[in-house]
Design a protein around this ligand. Structure first.
Ligand code: FAD
Length: 433
């Protein structure tokens, strides 16, 4: 095993931005050299892979995690940090698409997901700015408020603790009268996302998992009843493999062909003066709105305002997105005056055509989870645990979804480009006049 510097993510400020600077150090790890044998091999060290590794190691299985770059290198180290229940789809849409059996099962698993995340954080003492204040889904229009009313009815019929706020109640909690109301979900909250990924990694290592970073799997094949993963420096074998590479997949299995990726960026101000901070999301809620090209809003522990939307912060288009965001902040939080951003970064979200996540069995002894459609903190944690339990018990009832064949997304790059161009055009023209 070759040791390497702990905080490699600091090297590219556009990849993990603020999160690389404010997360605690990762547990020490090294690159795979030689040959390693395990009961289960996990490819990818984001929430999915690490939650699975932790569960397996706690149950006494020997686990080897192979990560191409670093813990949380993918979406897990870059996201907004909203620990939400459910999916982007409303509960009713999920049940309509999956049928009563799996629809209700999935909503139960994902309704309880924030609780699992926060319990894990507490029981393993993870340093990740966890805040269980709840999240606010904010109506950007009258139509958006009608959507929230329907979601409130759906969740209430599942006995979930959600509260529909009218415009004036929402204005107090958000610190802005821009929105038409909001749905407050008391199960939800926020984390420092890279901190949570590193916390899971540390807990998995403590439980006995072996974690290899800078160990990209170049080929994954099945030989003599075992899976063989080959990296540049070595190889690992195990009877079972969990593939948890999602939107950041390189080389293993055709998962990259089964999702449509799009970029989401975030910008963070410097810590706001306390008198202004007290006027914005004063109870510590994380928030996002109902617009198709949505905006996310939250504060971090130091009182920075962190805002996000669809788009990539590449050199040519960074200005379009950042200028739009400045205009948007002026509309939503006029008390801030002009803002400058201290940090900016982006990441890729894996979507699917029906907006549902997937659990697939590419071959005997292999299982893969992907396509969380922007809801991966709870989903990744819950799916990681469920895949671990399934490998240990071989009980299909441990899984929140049926195991499906890998299904490729048609015209994926064309669709991905469409989302990117649409967001860019919208950000170029909107809120100017
Ligand atoms: C900007 C952004 C904002 C988001 N906001 C939220 C939010 O607020 N709330 C929420 O719930 N979800 C959010 N999401 C979604 C969430 O972050 C993801 O769904 C979740 O992190 C996926 O976790 P994962 O472990 O499945 O995949 P990832 O975290 O992407 O991990 C996959 C890992 O696999 C590794 N890998 C790939 N190929 C190989 C290989 N060949 N060999 C070894 N390793 C490999 C990658 O390096 C990567 O580290 C957001 C996503 C983004 C990008």
């Amino acid at each position: 095993m070759v040791e390497h510097p702990a905080n490699a993510l600091q090297q590219d400020p556009l990849s993990h931005g603020l999160w690389a600077r404010s997360a605690p150090e990762p547990p020490s790890s090294g690159t795979l050299t030689g040959t390693v044998k395990a009961d289960v091999m996990v490819v990818g060290a984001g929430y999915t892979g690490l939650a699975a590794a932790l569960r397996l190691a706690e149950k006494g299985a020997s686990v080897a995690v192979l990560e191409a770059r670093a813990i949380g290198y993918g979406a897990s180290g870059r996201n907004v940090g909203l620990v939400n229940a459910g999916l982007w789809l409303s509960p009713r849409e999920v049940i309509d698409r999956l049928g009563n059996d799996y629809g209700e099962r999935l909503m139960k698993h994902l309704g309880e997901a924030p609780g699992h995340v926060f319990d894990l954080i507490e029981s393993h003492d993870m340093q990740c700015e966890a805040n269980r204040a709840g999240t606010l889904h904010c109506a950007h229009s009258r139509r958006g408020f009608e959507d929230l009313q329907q979601r409130a009815r759906d969740w209430s019929s599942l006995a979930a603790p959600v509260e529909l706020l009218d415009g004036s109640d929402a204005a107090v909690k958000i610190g802005s009268d821009y929105f038409h109301g909001a749905l407050l979900d008391h199960r939800a909250g926020t984390v420092q996302p890279l901190g949570y990924a590193r916390g899971l990694g540390r807990a998995a290592v403590r439980a006995g998992a072996r974690l290899f970073t800078r160990s990209a799997v170049r080929s994954l094949s099945r030989r003599n009843g075992e899976w063989l993963a080959e990296t540049d420096g070595g190889s690992a074998t195990a009877p079972s493999v969990i593939i948890a590479t999602n939107a950041y997949t390189t080389t293993v299995a055709p998962i990259d062909a089964c999702v449509v990726p799009f970029s989401f960026f975030q910008l963070a101000t410097r810590p706001l003066p306390p008198r202004i901070q007290r006027t914005i999301l004063q109870e510590g809620h994380g928030a996002w709105d109902t617009a198709k090209i949505l905006t996310s809003l939250r504060l971090d522990a130091a009182g920075r305002l962190i805002v996000g939307s669809i788009g990539k912060l590449d050199r040519r288009h960074r200005g379009i997105h950042a200028n739009w965001m400045r205009r948007k902040i002026r509309q939503v939080f006029p008390q801030l005056g002009g803002v400058s951003f201290e940090h900016g970064w982006d990441g890729m979200i894996a979507t699917t055509r029906d907006h549902l996540p997937r659990l697939s069995q590419p071959d005997h002894g292999a299982i893969a989870a992907y396509g969380y459609n922007g809801r991966g903190i709870g989903t990744g944690t819950v799916f990681g645990h469920a895949m671990a339990d399934y490998i240990l018990n071989r009980d299909i009832d441990d899984l929140p979804l049926p195991l499906t064949a890998m299904s490729r997304e048609s015209m994926r790059l064309f669709r991905a480009l469409g989302i990117e161009l649409g967001a860019r055009a919208y950000h170029f023209v909107s809120n100017r006049f």
